[in-house]
Design a protein around this ligand. Structure first.
Ligand SMILES: Cc1cc2nc3c(=O)[nH]c(=O)nc-3n(C[C@H](O)[C@H](O)[C@H](O)COP(=O)(O)OP(=O)(O)OC[C@H]3O[C@@H](n4cnc5c(N)ncnc54)[C@H](O)[C@@H]3O)c2cc1C
Length: 469
């Protein structure tokens, strides 16, 4: 244990860069472990009312599932329960198949569900919880510019005053999102493998407002307990419910399609052709206003390795692995990063005071353990990019889903649908990926061996009917 010359125990100091969902959860875990924690966030404090309208986030609501809930549960007591009080359960997909046809596809055979949660509400709750710890300090409007990991120095620009300010820390955590400055700084000192891929699709958010029901109250315009999908192969729209009875729709399509819509007439023609049942729900005027006003966000998948540097720094969340949003796992995976890191600290007995423990080995172990999982979910998210806009209406895909679901119901230990492993369990993503591939192999083998039996059986039935005539 390290003490100062006056015999005072020297607490370890961690600087968390990035006050998004993952960064603030990391603050809670480190505060609970007894570290001195400083959070540095580029934006203003969103808990201050007038800042709310200035803060633009990536998506208004998110799908929260088992991994995210587990990480929330294992930090501050009751945090998961508080979150669950403000979410809307979604038990399956509701496919808008054109001409008003709706098809429900439950997510799980045992009634499992994912939850629609508002990003702002979750951020606010996490920030308020962090503020209850006396060992946490939060600095807003601080943009990291540069850091020297070996001496634990960080340089920020205070956006309010324009001044450059320096801080120091024993450990630096980069939770500063897809375009992470901590990651860029790490690349100077670490031989980091790095890849990124932009997909051709962009996204734009639209709103389905509440309707007034016959009691005169606000009500949902569609079933709130589903994630709604309008799958159109090369593009799609989804909608998630909000607590104020509205839905946030996200339209995903290639940039060139967005660019081709130049006028209100182009827009209405496009929506009438592809999403006609959504027009009365959104409302023509709102659709025109929001479509042309709201930003068109790009979608990128980022992989890198390693995530750490000696006992000095680590990156988590989107800073380490950014994925396309089609599995609804970006935040869930980032939350699980924090839980996994905490578990490794526990295993390696990492202390909250400066000591000769094995912090460097713990961080190395984190990269070793987490990298295959982060890579797997980035790949699965890319796979779901096709599944959601196309496969959900493909009869073969639906047949495999049904077969897998039935087998899971009969033999839950041996066959587990991919969606269940990813969204309703905390199983390692890499294990889920391997099991899914193996299950696919055996299902195909069984299917292929049943084909000749089926052919012989049909011939036999045909022959018997022919003899009877
Ligand atoms: C359209 C869309 C839909 C999505 N839907 C889902 C979903 O349903 N479920 C799900 O689990 N995930 C979803 N995601 C993914 C999810 O939004 C991200 O994975 C999650 O926000 C990552 O959190 P983070 O804290 O790592 O990064 P971020 O949320 O990006 O936060 C990073 C923070 O760092 C700050 N920052 C950046 N640079 C600096 C700097 N230099 N100095 C100081 N601060 C800095 C930023 O201001 C920001 O607050 C979706 C993403 C998109 C785009």
């Amino acid at each position: 244990m390290s003490t100062s010359s006056r015999g005072i125990v020297l607490e370890r100091h961690v600087a968390v860069v990035g006050g998004g969902l993952v960064g603030i959860l990391a603050v809670l875990y480190f505060a609970k472990r007894g570290w001195t924690v400083s959070l540095f966030e580029l934006r203003e404090d969103l808990r201050i009312q007038e800042n709310k309208r200035n803060i633009s986030h990536k998506s208004i609501n998110l799908a929260l599932s088992a991994r995210g809930l587990s990480a929330l549960k294992n930090t501050t007591t009751g945090l998961d329960e508080k979150v669950l009080e403000s979410v809307i359960p979604m038990k399956g997909r509701l496919i808008h198949a054109g001409e008003g046809k709706l098809k429900s596809q439950p997510y799980g055979v045992f009634g499992e569900c994912i939850y629609s949660v508002e990003r702002e509400m979750l951020l606010e709750l996490l920030l308020n919880t962090a503020a209850t710890f006396t060992n946490v300090k939060m600095y807003f409007q601080h943009q990291l510019k540069w850091c020297d990991f070996d001496i634990g120095k960080l340089e920020f620009e205070n956006k309010k005053t324009g001044n450059q300010v320096e801080y120091s820390a024993d450990l630096i955590i980069g939770a500063d999102g897809a375009f992470s400055t901590v990651r860029t700084q790490l690349m100077r000192v670490v031989r980091m493998d790095y890849s990124q891929e932009y997909i051709p699709h962009a996204y734009c958010e639209l709103t389905i407002p509440p309707i007034v029901n016959n009691k005169g109250d606000d009500d949902f315009a569609m079933d709130p307990n589903h994630l709604h999908i309008w799958p159109l192969h090369s593009f799609m729209m989804i909608a998630l419910p909000n607590r104020n009875k509205s839905f946030t729709c996200t339209l995903f399509m290639p940039f060139e399609n967005f660019e081709a819509i130049k006028t209100e007439d182009d827009l209405m023609e496009f929506f009438k052709k592809y999403f006609s049942d959504s027009i009365p729900l959104i409302g023509e005027e709102r659709l025109k206003e929001e479509y042309f006003r709201n930003p068109k966000g790009s979608l990128v998948s980022i992989k890198c390795k390693p995530y750490h540097y000696k006992d000095r720094a680590i990156i988590i969340g989107d800073a380490a692995h950014c994925m396309v949003p089609f599995y609804g796992q970006g935040m869930n995976c980032g939350f699980q990063d924090v839980e996994v890191l905490d578990g490794i600290f526990e295993e390696f007995n990492i202390s909250a005071v400066r000591s000769d423990d094995k912090l460097a080995s713990a961080l190395e172990e984190y990269t070793k353990r987490r990298h295959p999982d982060a890579t797997s979910i980035c790949d699965l998210a890319m796979y779901n990019y096709i599944e959601m806009r196309s496969s959900v209406v493909d009869p073969w895909y639906l047949l495999r889903r049904r077969v897998e679901g039935t087998l899971y119901w009969l033999f839950p230990r041996y066959v587990i649908p991919l969606y269940t492993m990813v969204s309703f369990s905390t199983m390692r993503y890499s294990e889920a990926m391997q099991r899914w591939k193996l299950q696919g192999f055996w299902l195909n083998m069984i299917g292929m061996s049943l084909l000749p039996i089926g052919a012989v059986a049909s011939l036999w039935i045909g022959y018997r009917q022919f003899r009877r005539v």
